[in-house]
Design a protein around this ligand. Sequence first.
Ligand code: UDP
Length: 316
Amino acid sequence: MKKILITGGTGFLGSNLCRKLIQDENNYIICLDNNTTGFLENVKDLSTNKRFKFIFHDVINPFVFNEKIDEIYNLACPASPSNYQGEKAISTTLTCVYGARNMLELAKKNNAKILQASTSEVYGEPLMHPQNELYRGNVNSIGKRACYDEGKRCAESLFFDYNRIYNSKIRIVRIFNTYGPYMDKNDGRVVPNFIVQALTGQDITIYGNGSQTRSFCYVSDLVEGLIKMMNNSADFIGPVNLGNPNEININEFAKLVLKLTSSNSKIIYKELPKDDPTKRRPDIKLAKEFLNWEPKVELKDGLCKTIDYFKKILNI
Ligand code: UDP
């Protein structure tokens, strides 16, 4: 049996990853979370499975576990700007940095492979477009997003030092905007905001003039990329971008959500948060070459599935 630890296991990506990995009967899943932005409800359907165990734990603290662990996916961290920019700013940095250190120590003790969920935010406000992995980024180190951006950058640096000093078996993925079922309807990100607003007849809130772009990847594609990166036999450690190169501006995105939900909600414009990146699109050449991975789900199809999920949880 392969023992796989997933930190942030009750979050959006974590719960989708748990659900996918448990399908393999050789896998035993240890799901770690302190449920600050995750929900036990997200893994409720897995809780009766004998190959699934939930442990309440904050990765800021060292994690002692007496069974042998084979793989660690380190996903624990608030990921929505409206979540990490507020009261959680300090704990976000600590989760990134201490969390990485604690999980790297656990991996070292177990001689386990460890994958770090890094982010497109390491590129900050990008001066290169699309962003490839060689680009070193343009992050405002004293801005409101820095707790996340710099936290994740520091985690990458720790991972590489553990690799250089202890030969740790690391993998680093830089995750671009991802959406799908089990996103928190209240987390403040654009996908749940627009869908919930459209479904409940509230105004659609575009921040700024809506010309900023993002590239949205459906969660099943992203999860497949995570697993391929963990298991790649080439010992390719990354960092590698995982995301969908299909770029769209926020105005077009709002119109698409309105169309797919057949909603009459009206679009309103609000102030653009400070340091909000003006554009973002992954160059996924490395992922294609080393992992034979690229996203398959079209935005329209993924959005329809996500809309169905939100209809279900909102009882619509
Ligand atoms: N955004 C928006 N309205 C919302 C929420 C977000 O216009 O209700 C914008 C936000 O300013 C950003 C983009 O949508 O330009 C994506 O924001 P999100 O919070 O989803 O993630 P980010 O890519 O900024 O981390």
